[in-house]
Design a protein around this ligand. Structure first.
Ligand code: UDX
Length: 444
């Protein structure tokens, strides 16, 4: 059991702190946001992450987990400090390390004796080294310290699962003693542990996310070709994925990737490459393809409906993917904003992401947690997030509730065989449309 402090209680920091307490460590989670800390102390999670709140409450009650906004309380008597603060993207694509080095300054102010600093935040290659240099010159109270890279590979909506059943843990450190400590801390997660140097560890994180984003943009490009040659992207992706060298995951064509990581990390890696005079052309294309893909549905719809002005439009899904309330860089938000700009009367459904969407779009659109209300009298429906509640919705509900059952499915939620049984016009990604030409579009 180790005394651990986690700095930052965002998606990564909160999940990390809760899971470390779950495997027996004594964890204090520190955040400067007193409102958030107050909620956490009451056992209320500020984020929607399946299984997180129950695990948090359990460890609060057994006193292995606590929350505070007081640096002195969190940083004075501790063996290991995880840096899990945000490293948001700046306008030029580089990572903003302001919060990270503010946290490092707090360590210099409040921590004495021996400590291992674990960099969990996603940081540009070479940042661990910079933190080590900063502590060497500023941490006068530390008698001994090490800085270890330990990037996270957590998927939102599956973060608890990935913490306990992920594919690997990466530790970047040239100090054997510090690496051994991280091995000991993480052994209960029973995952393969890869030990390398700091820079390689930092690069593994960026390269992994960039490659996953590349897979997605690749399959989205193939889907666009499929539409023109008459192939079915679902069959193509399945046939590709059976090749163990390719793998079936992250080959789901759709309206592009979003979230707080892929968009940020791909741009950051392009900058990191640029800083060392390497033009990362492939990754620049991945980003361009993704930006184009997010507008794909609206382009399809425009060729069918000519304009959206005054039309009632149902938007199904707001979160950047299912099982999360996170709407950062969500393709659904891009779609909602574009439709509203073109005068559509948008009503959006999402089981959990409405509150966070309101912070982005306000009353530009309407919101409901009732799918039928969303579809009621709608002239067209867009599916932007593949929530189970949407995938399992019988298609006759679209026929019954909508004024004109015209569906643009950005996540290929329904099989073409199923769709053909109903009086709907159905357009998907990378697959031929299913048209029931009897449906006349109301001309405004
Ligand atoms: C990602 C990485 O998966 C994770 O390892 C890293 O630590 C953080 O970033 P996350 O962003 O939470 O996790 O979600 P993920 O499940 O990877 O999906 C990212 C985006 O890609 C979503 O918008 C999703 O809709 C999209 N996606 C994913 C596709 O469009 N097609 C796919 O096949 C998979």
């Amino acid at each position: 059991m180790r005394r651990i402090t986690v700095m930052g209680t965002g998606y990564v920091g909160l999940v990390t702190g809760v899971c470390l307490s779950e495997i027996g460590h004594h964890v204090i989670c520190l955040d400067i946001d007193q409102g958030k800390i107050h909620k956490l102390q009451q056992g209320i999670s500020p984020i929607y992450e399946p299984g997180l709140e129950e695990m948090m409450v359990k460890n609060l009650e057994n006193n292995r987990l606590s929350f505070t906004s007081c640096q002195k309380e969190a940083l004075s008597d501790v063996e290991v400090i995880y840096l899990a603060v945000g490293t948001p993207q700046q306008n030029d694509g580089t990572a903003d390390l302001t919060y990270l080095f503010k946290a490092v300054q707090d360590i210099c102010s409040y921590t004495s004796g021996e400590v291992v600093v674990v960099v969990k935040s996603t940081v540009p290659v070479g940042t661990n080294e910079k933190i080590h240099k900063y502590l060497t010159t500023h941490a006068s109270k530390l008698s001994k310290f090490n800085v270890v890279s330990n990037p996270e590979f957590l998927r939102e909506g599956q973060a608890i699962h990935d913490s306990f059943y992920g594919d690997r843990i990466v530790i970047g450190s040239t100090c054997e003693e510090a690496a051994r400590l991280l091995y000991e801390i993480n052994e209960s997660f029973n995952m393969p542990i890869i030990h390398t140097d700091c820079k390689s560890s930092e690069m593994i994180k960026y390269a992994s996310n960039a490659f996953l984003a590349t897979k997605i943009s690749f399959i989205n490009e193939i889907s666009s070709i499929c539409e023109r040659v008459g192939a079915d992207i679902e069959a193509v992706a399945y046939g590709m994925g059976q090749d163990s060298r390719i793998g079936s995951q992250f080959l789901q064509a759709g309206i592009g990737y979003g979230g707080s990581c892929f968009p940020k990390d791909t741009k950051a890696l392009v900058q990191i490459a640029g800083d060392v005079k390497h033009k990362f052309e492939l990754l620049e294309s991945v980003i361009r393809v993704n930006n184009k893909q997010q507008l794909k549905l609206i382009e399809k719809a425009r060729s069918r409906l000519t304009c959206f002005k005054e039309r009632k439009v149902a938007l199904l899904g707001l979160a950047f993917k299912p099982n999360t309330d996170d709407v950062r860089e969500s393709a659904a938000i891009v779609l909602a904003r574009k439709l509203a700009e073109e005068g559509a009367r948008v009503i959006a459904y999402d089981p959990v992401a409405i509150e966070k969407t309101k912070a982005e779009l306000g009353d530009w659109i309407c919101y409901t947690t009732d799918i039928k209300e969303c579809l009621d009298e709608a002239e067209v429906a867009f599916i932007a997030t593949e929530w189970d509640e949407i995938k399992q919705l019988p298609l006759e509900v679209f026929v019954k509730m909508m004024k004109t059952p015209i569906i643009f499915d950005g996540r290929n939620c329904f099989s073409l065989q199923e769709v053909k049984k109903y009086e709907v016009d159905y357009y998907a990604i990378g697959r031929p449309p299913v048209l029931n030409l009897s449906i006349q579009v109301l001309v405004h």
